[in-house]
Design a protein around this ligand. Structure first.
Ligand SMILES: [Zn+2]
Length: 274
């Protein structure tokens, strides 16, 4: 599922390929993806304009087409962007295709169909309506401490809660906790100042490193949990068998040796996913 690093990678890809070209048409192949807008309306509003710049907040990508016109993309489980040259055939699972003046296209590809696309007027208004928290890479340590200090419950559920911090999903939450030596079900209220600082540094490191590697799982360091999190997977730090458990409603992988279970486990908290 595309999380902050994947969406940031899509943003950079879109910036590199698709800005400042006149949109000559929009083909909606599957309308499930459209939220609060019809295919006809989407085409009417975008045709003749250009994508001018883009902004990412958490897992949302917002592309500006005019003063009060933003295209919001959410990649759901399997969404991605693909820029196609003149002769390139669009993937079968392309759901929406933007046509540009030079016959190139930008396809929103989405195999599992959980993606979303809509037109919005204003980013701040959208964030407020959705109740989204600040972007995970936009906060400083004191804000991070304040957010975690104010909320009780499993630290992993808090990291996943988009209304508290936006952008972290299941895979990177586990990676961050692994790096910080924190068990996913530790009650956030029990984390010391030092734990919080370590967790914050781990969050920044994991997200930034994943972006730098364009989220290519084959290039992620072997010392990361991500490349080992599966049945019979072993901890890249101590070699012991990894464990999995449901925390915050999601399957969590961790090393019970490197991430000690807290003595007073937190109550289960269900996290919002988007
Ligand atoms: Zn270990």
């Amino acid at each position: 599922m595309p999380e902050l690093p994947e969406v940031e990678t899509f943003k950079r890809y879109l910036d590199r390929t698709s800005l400042h070209q006149r949109i000559t048409g929009v083909e909606v192949r599957d309308a499930y993806v459209l939220k609060h807008v019809s295919a006809r309306e989407l085409t009417r509003r975008l045709k003749g304009r250009c994508f001018k710049n883009s902004h990412r907040h958490g897992k949302h990508l917002l592309v500006r087409a005019d003063e009060e016109l933003w295209l919001r993309l959410h990649f759901g489980m399997t969404g991605s962007l693909e820029y196609l040259d003149r002769d390139e055939v669009a993937p079968k699972t392309a759901r929406v295709i933007f046509y540009f003046g030079d016959n190139c296209r930008l396809a929103f590809d989405d195999q599992r169909k959980f993606g979303e696309m809509e037109l919005i007027k204003d980013i701040d208004e959208f964030l407020q309506t959705r109740g989204l928290g600040p972007d995970a890479l936009g906060i400083i340590l004191s804000q991070f401490k304040a957010i975690l200090g104010k909320h009780r419950g499993a630290v992993k559920a808090i990291l996943l809660n988009q209304q508290l911090i936006a952008g972290i999903g299941n895979l990177y939450a586990d990676e961050i906790l692994f790096r910080a030596h924190v068990h996913p079900s530790t009650d956030a209220a029990r984390l010391s100042d030092k734990d919080l600082a370590r967790l914050f540094r781990a969050m920044r490191h994991v997200l930034e490193k994943a972006i730098a590697l364009k989220t290519d799982f084959n290039r992620l360091p072997k010392s990361w949990l991500l490349t080992h999190r599966r049945k019979r997977g072993r901890c890249p730090r101590c070699g012991r068998a990894l464990k999995s458990a449901t925390v915050g409603g999601r399957t969590s992988w961790f090393c019970a040796h490197c991430q000690k279970h807290p003595r007073y486990p937190a109550k289960r908290v269900t996290a919002r996913r988007n």
